[in-house]
Design a protein around this ligand. Structure first.
Ligand SMILES: [Zn+2]
Length: 258
């Protein structure tokens, strides 16, 4: 049992109360949730992988189209880091809340599949997924597992089994539209929820960053667990700045076991 400072403990208790009262709780998760799983947040500086190149440039749709070998060279170490990462205690606790009927859906900005690996069922992926690859020519879709092992091992760019053109990971690159179906679902969840818990997102990337505002405007409660300030901290019912991998299990424990 971890003991928290009394102010933190009261915030955890209050967050748990809000969960127990909620009829439609929705989660919004970002990079900070996966940093304890060893996946760097590419927006924070000096975290190795992402800061080595300018991600906005190399992880863009235009680089992918014009110089795919550059994209894949940059993507290779990242792919291996993401692909072999394991969910941390926060992912597992969130999956437990969903299983207990306390969470309706998870809107995520992450592409790492860690919610699914943790056992979560209703995951709305705003920035795509590492789970599959799609052919840029004939749109044939394949399971990434069949290709990423080899790619990570020898760097060979994955090719379509049907037409031999390049396979693109189904992650949303800079300059690429958000998946429309996921965006519609996320908006519907934000508008219909009575509680939103934001974990590990600094709410800087639009339009996803606007979802908690939509929830607040319809009277929902807001809990923010993030180690940096967000523009909505002033409007949140509860703000916790400690490590999500510590705080989220503590909230979940309180919700489920009182
Ligand atoms: Zn093809």
């Amino acid at each position: 049992m971890i003991s928290f400072a009394s102010q933190t403990q009261s915030a955890i208790d209050f967050a748990a109360d809000l969960f127990r009262q909620a009829k439609h709780a929705v989660l919004l998760t970002g990079a900070g949730l996966s940093t304890p799983s060893g996946i760097p947040d590419f927006r924070s500086t000096g975290t190795g992988l992402w800061s080595r190149d300018e991600p906005m440039e190399v992880a863009s749709l235009s680089t992918f189209r014009t110089a795919p070998e550059r994209f894949f060279e940059w993507f290779r170490p990242l792919a291996s880091q993401i692909y072999y990462a394991q969910p941390n205690s926060a992912h597992l606790a969130l999956a437990g809340l969903e299983k207990a009927g306390r969470v309706r859906s998870i809107i995520t900005q992450n592409i790492d599949m860690l919610h699914q690996k943790a056992g979560s069922q209703t995951v709305i992926e705003m920035h795509g997924t590492m789970q599959t690859l799609t052919c840029t020519q004939c749109y044939h879709r394949v399971e990434a597992a069949l290709y990423l092992d080899k790619f990570v091992e020898n760097g060979r760019i994955p090719c379509c089994p049907q037409c031999r053109n390049i396979l693109k990971p189904d992650v949303i690159l800079f300059g690429e539209q958000l998946p429309q179906a996921a965006w519609s679902r996320a908006q519907r969840e934000a508008r219909n929820c009575d509680l939103m818990l934001v974990v590990g997102s600094s709410l800087e990337v639009l339009p996803v960053a606007g979802l908690p505002m939509q929830a607040l405007d319809r009277g929902a409660h807001l809990i923010i667990v993030n180690n940096v300030q967000t523009y909505l901290n002033v409007r949140a019912d509860v703000v916790l700045t400690e490590d999500a991998a510590v705080i989220i299990p503590a909230i979940a424990e309180k919700v489920l076991n009182g």
